[in-house]
Design a protein around this ligand. Structure first.
Ligand code: HEC
Length: 180
C-alpha cells in the first residue's frame, strides 16, 4: 500500500503544489492588476490635481498687488452729468474706491488701466453696482452690490469715472456709449 501510496501522494502533492502555485500566481497577477490600476488612478488623480493646482496658481497670478497708498489722480474737468456722478460716487463708492476713484485699502482705483473701456466697458459698471463683483483682479475681496442707485445715476457715476480716466490719460476719449 505504501509503495503505491507514495507515488500517488507524490503526484497529488505536486498537483496540489501546482494548483496552489496557480492560485497563488493568479492571486498575484490579480494583485498586480489591482496595484497597477491603483497606481494609474493615483497618477491620474495627481495629474488632475496638479492641473487644478496649476490653474489656481495661474488664476492667483492674475491678481494685482495693490498699492497701500492710493494713486495720485488729477481731478480734471467734469460735465454736469460727471459732477452729479462725483457726488454719487462720494456717497456710494469712494469708501472703497477712494476719493476721485484713486483707491483705498478696501478697493482698487478705477482710474487705472484695468478699467479702461476696452477692458471694462460701461456695462461692467452697471453690472458691478447691480450685482456686486466677485474678486478676480485684486486681493481686496468681493464688492457687494450697491443698492439705491437708479440707472441714470449709475450712468452719471460712469461719466465721472470716465472723465477722471480721460484727465489722467488712461483713455483718449470718453466712449460714445457714455451719456455725458
Ligand atoms: C465695499 C467696498 C466697495 C464699494 C462700496 C464699491 N466697490 Fe466697486 N469694487 C470693490 C472691489 C473690492 C472691487 C474689485 C474686485 C476685483 O478683485 O476684481 C470692485 C470692483 C469694481 C468694478 C470693476 C468691475 C469688474 O467687472 O471687474 C467697478 C466697475 C466698480 N467696482 C464700481 C463701483 C461703483 C460705481 C461703486 C459705487 C456705486 C462701487 N464700485 C462701490 C469694492 C467696492
Amino acid at each position: 500500500m505504501s509503495d503505491l501510496a507514495t507515488p500517488t501522494s507524490a503526484v497529488g502533492y505536486r498537483c496540489r503544489q501546482a494548483v496552489i502555485a496557480m492560485v497563488f500566481e493568479r492571486r498575484w497577477s490579480v494583485r498586480l492588476i489591482l496595484v497597477s490600476a491603483l497606481a494609474i488612478c493615483i497618477a491620474l488623480l495627481s495629474a488632475a490635481c496638479g492641473g487644478q493646482g496649476e490653474e489656481d496658481y495661474q488664476a492667483s497670478q492674475q491678481h494685482e498687488e495693490h498699492d497701500p497708498a492710493p494713486s495720485s489722480v488729477i481731478e480734471g474737468a467734469h460735465s454736469a452729468a460727471g459732477l452729479a456722478g462725483k457726488r454719487l460716487f462720494a456717497a456710494n463708492c469712494s469708501q472703497c474706491h477712494g476719493e476721485n476713484a484713486s483707491g483705498t485699502n478696501q478697493g482698487p482705483p478705477l482710474v487705472h488701466q484695468i478699467y479702461e473701456p476696452g477692458h471694462h466697458g460701461n456695462a461692467s459698471f452697471v453690472i458691478a453696482v447691480a450685482r456686486g463683483v466677485r474678486a478676480h483682479h485684486w486681493d481686496f475681496g468681493n464688492m457687494p452690490a450697491v443698492a439705491g442707485l437708479e440707472i441714470d445715476e449709475i450712468h452719471q457715476v460712469i461719466c465721472y469715472v470716465r472723465e477722471l480716466q480721460l484727465a489722467n490719460e488712461i483713455i483718449d476719449e470718453i466712449p460714445s456709449s457714455t451719456p455725458c
